[in-house]
Design a protein around this ligand. Structure first.
Ligand SMILES: CC(C)(COP(=O)(O)OP(=O)(O)OC[C@H]1O[C@@H](n2cnc3c(N)ncnc32)[C@H](O)[C@@H]1OP(=O)(O)O)[C@@H](O)C(=O)NCCC(=O)NCCS
Length: 431
């Protein structure tokens, strides 16, 4: 993960805009614990979470210190050391179709204090992030969102969806394969040692996945020292193939039903499988847990083989929702980073209110170049191109929704054939 993003200069245009309102945009020194701790508490407060103890704040500070951490300060406020706006960002690899990666500017921790809302602080921070990404030659930005209504105006669109599953295990009988490897219970600390290599093997072949940060796995496994009780209810299992090679794992917690001890609920917090056998064995383990009536599995793919491995798909309720939002900043850089499923030769006019990506581009397979033409095959806002980027959304659907204009008959269908990804894009975490 690149580190020079932390020392890039603050964006002058947003700094000026905020200064006009007597506000100050500043980078937070992540080595300076007093101001950094105030930033962490402001971020936490912004998401309506409880105030962090000194230990918890220290854990968060260590966990996100690799990020570029920015605050907006009101020096006239009663507590001027606590920022009224927070944002953090970092560049990292995003997997794109073709088992390739593109650098993407991840944006997180976007909060504005309720005392300062709707005065343009979030806009100043976000535009600053996008300009900083462009200045660093990063071709797209990405985020996961608390509310789906905020980011379209900045050029973002949902590009990978997720499904929250609720499985009635009494009605969903396993009819998939029973692989010859073994599922083992493992100590969480033991699994922590294997997690990075398992997850990274998976990440580089799964469009939509990003490189996670170390603290995420400490938290997933209940091993973060500042949250000592969080692991109590977690169970960890690992699947080893017939050669004893680890090929996947699942982390879950169980909650009993106080009225009926035979109706526990298992919440699957993470399941990763490098092989179809690992996938089958781990899901079979989950569905056949005794004393358990429900398995909840949030943030799964919208295209789970599991649906075809039970005798009753209706026993699996699915709630689909937008998850990974992308914003292309450099059309040539972004589109030439991925591979295409079919030959393509299209001219696409892109509109962009913030002007980063505006222009007309000829896309010939993965060769992308700006062109001068008054007759493009398709015209679309940068949001639509960003939605289509990973192949998780169809161009014909966006055309029918009025979000793409088709000037040449068949152009949207041709785009679909080429942009399609054999693996449905999916991001398995929040950031
Ligand atoms: C969402 C939040 C960051 C907005 O901050 P803000 O400084 O009030 O936003 P701004 O004044 O810069 O508004 C920028 C634009 O977004 C719009 N907007 C802001 N919050 C919005 C919301 N919750 N829903 C829809 N639109 C919103 C504004 O109307 C404005 O639109 P315009 O510029 O097109 O006229 C702030 O309300 C907040 O901290 N909320 C709680 C934490 C959160 O949800 N963060 C987002 C994490 S993904």
């Amino acid at each position: 993960m690149a580190t020079n993003h932390k020392s890039l200069l603050i964006d002058a245009k947003s700094a000026r805009a905020l200064e006009m309102n007597n506000l100050r945009l500043a980078l937070v020194n992540t080595d300076h614990s007093a101001s950094y701790e105030r930033w962490v508490q402001a971020d936490t407060r912004g998401f309506n979470s409880p105030e962090r103890s000194a230990d918890e704040a220290r854990g968060m500070m260590d966990g996100v210190a690799y990020r570029r951490v920015t605050g907006v300060y009101d020096d006239s406020a009663a507590d001027p050391a606590t920022p009224v706006g927070t944002v953090s960002s970092w560049p990292g690899p995003l997997t794109v179709p073709g088992s390739r990666a593109v650098q993407a500017w991840a944006i997180s921790s976007v909060t504005v204090s309720p005392t300062h809302r709707r005065r343009g602080i979030a806009r100043a921070m976000l535009e600053a992030e996008l300009r900083t990404a462009v200045a660093s030659a990063v071709p797209l930005a990405m985020l996961t969102v608390s509310e789906a209504t905020i980011y379209e105006r900045f050029g973002f669109a949902p590009a990978a969806m997720a499904a929250d599953l609720t499985i009635d295990t009494r009605r969903a009988r396993w009819v998939g394969a029973t692989p010859s490897g073994r599922v083992h219970f493992v100590e969480r600390a033991q699994l922590r040692r294997d997690v990075d290599s398992l997850v990274n093997s998976w990440r580089v072949q799964s469009p939509g996945e990003i490189l996670a940060w170390p603290r995420l796995w400490d938290l997933q496994l209940g091993l973060a020292t500042d949250e000592p009780d969080s692991g109590k209810h977690l169970r960890a299992v690992r699947y080893d193939d017939e050669n004893g090679q680890a090929q996947g794992f699942a982390i879950y917690k169980l909650k009993e039903d106080e009225q009926d001890y035979s109706r526990h609920t298992a919440t699957l917090t993470y399941l990763l499988a490098l092989t179809p056998d690992a996938y089958s064995a781990l899901w079979q383990h989950m569905l056949e847990l005794d004393l358990t009536a429900t398995v909840k599995a949030p943030l799964r793919s919208v295209d789970e083989p599991l649906l075809w491995q039970v005798d009753n798909q209706r026993a699996i309720e699915q709630r689909h929702h937008d998850h990974l939002w992308l914003r292309i900043l450099d059309v040539v850089g972004a589109l030439s980073a991925r591979s295409y499923a079919a030959p393509l030769d299209l001219t696409i006019a892109v509109t962009d209110d913030l002007d980063f990506a505006a222009g007309t581009y000829r896309v010939r397979n993965a060769v992308v170049e700006p062109v001068e033409t008054a007759t493009p095959d398709l015209t679309m806002p940068v949001n639509s191109l960003s939605a289509l980027y990973l192949g998780g959304v169809s161009a014909t659907t966006l055309r029918d929704a009025g979000r793409i204009t088709e000037h040449t008959a068949g152009a949207a269908a041709a785009m679909d054939t080429a942009f399609r990804s054999p693996q449905t894009p999916w991001l398995s975490l929040w950031f």
